[in-house]
Write a protein that binds this ligand. Structure first.
Ligand SMILES: *Cc1c(COP(=O)(O)O)cnc(C)c1O
Length: 421
């Protein structure tokens, strides 16, 4: 459920008509709903009620500080995957002891930043990384709390580009080698082992791969404890999927996911961390775009929008489906026609949808891409010297621009010309 509904024939974000925002900020733009963000965070928080837990929002999904602050004020921690994300979370007011640091390639510099500013834990992905964290901790005279990310070799049954829990993926250490790696970690004086971490992929629409992975983590917990390790925290990653096409079968709910976690891991008495990104932000955001031209082609018609693959890359990158709806509600029973919906970028890949049935649209009409809140704005680029599009946050009847559209001068002046030219 989200808070983007038609009222009196006009699509609203909470209590604000989207057409008003388009007038104020121009198109294209991203828009997020505070109520939806909070609702999704609370669904996870409530799903784990009764166990010691922390929901660490995977901020790579949508990392505007206004979004981080909204969630942090509700109690969320953050999962960060770079030094930049760490600093951004801190800038949004998230305390270090609620930030977990994931990612396969943390540099000594990034580790130093996090150890200096305070960190809940590093999720370590390899032994060489463990050595570097140890060295930086010793240099700073602190102890680094760590978990080791294990790769459980489970098929997440999701898109190949977002599956992370198979042995052929670059993530984590093979679960069979975990006892050795934990023994090594225990021997390093700059580290304190606090738990185990696992994250098997993104946009999972079935609980079974999670259940399989978490059962392996439960076994490993007992095994490591028997070897004397103090396993008190389990970071279970993110990955729960969202319904992109309204017509499709719904993925499992956070409450079902929470129940499965309690079932597989509850007996261990560990503190539970989860790192949802997409489910919190995905359906809390839209990308709004304007029709520039309606072009008739050979046997097919094109809707050419002012939004493009550089603004929302998911269709080009993952063959992702997004519902695209007109901002003015079509009259009931209006005849729909198939269009290819495309952007202006000079790539055939700049196609959002092929032969999508849409009501009649004219140049100047607005359309909204649903489920664009996660992996949307954060993956945007300035390809074709197209400015990064603004982000807007709605809260009830208020809205605020939370990232401005840069001017062309700002973009162009970022280049520097060498003296010899
Ligand atoms: C991307 C990622 C997440 C979030 O995944 P979602 O599918 O957005 O929930 C969580 N943890 C780690 C380590 C990740 O890389």
């Amino acid at each position: 459920m989200d808070h983007f509904l038609y009222r009196d024939g006009a699509l609203h974000a909470e209590d604000v008509p989207i057409a008003h925002i388009a007038e104020a900020v121009g198109t294209p733009f991203y828009i997020y709903s505070t109520a939806t963000l909070l609702r999704h965070y609370r669904l996870f928080d409530e799903a784990l009620a009764g166990t010691d837990h922390l929901v660490c929002y995977a901020m790579k999904a949508a990392s505007n500080q206004a979004i981080l602050k909204t969630l942090a004020q509700a109690g969320a921690g953050m999962d960060v995957v770079s030094g930049g994300e760490y600093l951004r979370a801190k800038a949004a007011g998230v305390p270090g002891d609620k930030i977990v640091f994931s990612g396969v390639g943390k540099t000594a510099e990034e580790i130093r930043t996090a150890l200096t500013g305070g960190i809940r834990q590093f999720n370590v992905e390899s032994e060489p990384e463990m050595e570097v964290i140890n060295a930086v901790a010793l240099e700073l005279g602190v102890i680094a709390p760590i978990t080791v990310r294990v790769n459980p070799d489970v098929d997440a049954k999701t898109h190949a580009k977002i599956a992370t829990g198979k042995s052929e993926n670059k993530f984590g250490i093979p679960i069979a080698r975990a006892p050795q790696v934990y023994a090594h970690a225990a021997s390093l004086p700059g580290l304190k082992v606090v738990g185990i971490d696992v994250h098997i992929g993104s946009q999972l629409t079935d609980l079974e791969p999670f259940r399989l992975a978490y059962s392996k983590v439960a076994e490993l917990t007992e095994q490591l404890r028997a070897q004397g390790h103090d396993i008190r925290r389990l970071d279970l990653g993110g990955g729960l999927g969202i319904p992109y096409a309204r017509s499709n079968e719904a993925p499992p709910l956070p409450v079902e996911y929470g129940a499965m976690i309690k079932e597989t891991l509850g007996h261990l008495g560990c503190e539970i961390e989860i790192e949802p990104g997409r489910l919190i932000a995905g359906n809390a955001g839209l990308m709004v775009s304007k029709v520039i031209y309606v072009k008739s082609g050979e046997g097919r018609d094109f809707l050419i929008l002012d939004g493009a693959m550089n603004d929302l890359i998911r269709p080009a990158m993952y063959d992702a489906y997004h519902d695209i709806v007109p901002v003015i509600e079509p009259a009931p029973g209006v005849e729909q026609r198939p269009y290819d919906i495309v952007g202006p970028v000079c790539e055939t890949g700049d196609t959002f949808a092929k032969q999508r049935n849409m009501p009649p649209l004219r140049p100047g009409d607005l359309v909204a891409f649903r489920s664009a809140g996660a992996y949307g704005a954060v993956m945007a680029s300035e390809y074709n010297t197209r400015p990064l599009i603004p982000e807007v946050l709605v809260n009830g009847d208020q809205f605020a621009v939370i990232r401005e559209r840069p001017t062309f001068d700002e973009i162009i002046n970022r280049d520097t010309i060498p003296e010899w030219l």
